[in-house]
Ligand binder design. Structure first.
Ligand SMILES: N[C@@H](CCC(=O)N[C@@H](CS)C(=O)NCC(=O)O)C(=O)O
Length: 282
C-alpha cells in the first residue's frame, strides 16, 4: 500500500464504488431497484440462477433426481445476470429478499413455495423427493453437518480468499495471507475426512457432496480463482479422488452446464426448459 494509512470515519457512508470486479453491483441497502416480474415456464419447479458454484449445486441435484426417475423434478432454469443487476428486480426479490442466486419457486404446492439459500434449496428438494439425504438419524445428521459446514465456510473462500486473490483492485498481502491460510485449513479438514470416507456423509453420495464439490473441489483443482498452484491444491489427494468420482457422474456433467454462458469451457446451456436443451449440448 502507498500513502497515508486510511483512518475510518466515525460513521461509514457510501461515497464511491470500492473498485474491483463486482463492485458496481454492491450496495449497502436491500430491496428491489426496478420493476421486473420473473418469467414462469411450464414445469412445477422454476429456478432462477446462474452457473456459479452456488448455482451448480442445485442444477446438479435436479439432474440427479431426474436421472434416478423423479419426473416431478422437471424444471425451468432461468438465467439471472447478476453483473447486470438481475437479482435486484422486483420479481427476484420477492423470491429471495437477499438478492442472490439461486432462488426457487415450487408451483406444485398451493400456494407456491419460495425457497432461497442454496443449502435450504438442496434440503427442500431432497426432502420433497426423498433422495440424496440419508434416512437414518445418524447418517442424516452427518450429511447436514457437512451441508451446513459448506454454507458457513464458503464465504471465507469466495468473499475472503477469492475476492482478495482474484478480484480486489490491489493485492493486499495481509488479506491474501489471512484467507489463503483459511482456505488451506478448510481443504485440509476435507482431505482428512475423505481419507477415511468415500463421501462426506459416509458410503453414499448426498446433497452434502453436491454442495461442497463446486467450491472446495473446484478450488483444489484450480478451477476457481485460478489458484490451484498458489494453494498447492494437488496436495489434497483425497479431495481429488472424491472430486473425480463426482465429476464422472453424467448428472453432474449435465448440471454443471446449466445457466452458464454458451461460450464457457463446459459448453454452457444458458437456459434449460427441457432435457433436450442439455442433450443438444448447447
Ligand atoms: N449464501 C448464499 C450465497 C449465494 C451467493 O452468494 N450468490 C452469488 C452468486 S454465487 C450472487 O447472487 N451474488 C450477487 C450479489 O451479491 O449481488 C447461498 O448459498 O445461496
Amino acid at each position: 500500500m502507498t500513502g497515508e494509512p486510511w483512518v475510518p470515519p466515525k460513521v461509514w457512508t457510501w461515497s464511491a464504488p470500492s473498485g474491483g470486479r463486482f463492485a458496481s453491483i454492491n450496495r449497502p441497502v436491500a430491496g428491489p431497484t426496478h420493476d421486473r416480474p420473473l418469467p414462469v415456464g411450464r414445469h412445477p419447479l422454476q429456478l432462477y440462477s446462474l452457473g456459479t458454484p452456488n448455482g451448480i449445486k442445485v442444477t446438479v441435484l435436479l439432474e440427479e433426481l431426474l436421472a434416478t426417475g423423479h419426473a416431478g423434478a422437471e424444471y425451468d432454469a432461468w438465467r439471472i445476470d447478476i453483473g447486470a443487476g438481475g437479482q435486484f428486480g422486483s420479481g427476484f426479490v420477492a423470491v429471495n429478499p437477499n438478492s442472490k442466486i439461486p432462488a426457487l419457486m415450487d408451483h406444485s404446492t398451493t400456494p407456491p413455495t419460495r425457497v432461497f439459500e442454496s443449502g435450504a434449496i438442496l434440503l427442500y428438494l431432497a426432502e420433497k423427493f426423498g433422495a440424496f439425504l440419508p434416512a437414518t438419524h445418524r447418517a442424516r445428521t452427518e450429511c447436514l453437518n457437512w451441508l451446513f459446514w459448506q454454507v458457513g465456510s464458503a464465504p471465507y473462500i469466495g468473499g475472503g480468499f477469492g475476492h482478495f486473490y482474484a478480484y480486489a483492485p490491489e493485492k493486499i498481502e495481509y488479506a491474501i495471507n489471512r484467507f489463503a491460510m483459511e482456505a488451506k485449513r478448510q481443504l485440509d479438514v476435507l482431505d482428512r475426512h475423505l481419507a477415511n470416507h468415500a463421501y462426506l456423509a459416509g458410503d453414499d453420495y448426498t446433497i452434502a457432496d453436491m454442495a461442497v464439490w463446486p467450491w472446495h473441489g473446484a478450488l483444489a483443482r484450480g478451477e476457481i480463482y485460478d489458484a490451484g498452484e498458489f494453494l498447492a491444491g494437488h496436495e489434497y489427494r483425497h479431495v481429488h479422488r472424491w472430486y473425480d468420482a463426482i465429476a464422472a457422474r453424467p448428472a453432474v456433467q449435465r448440471g454443471r452446464r446449466v445457466n452458464r454462458s454458451a461460450a464457457s469451457a463446459e459448453g454452457g446451456t444458458p437456459e434449460r426448459h427441457a432435457a433436450a436443451d442439455l442433450d443438444r449440448g448447447g
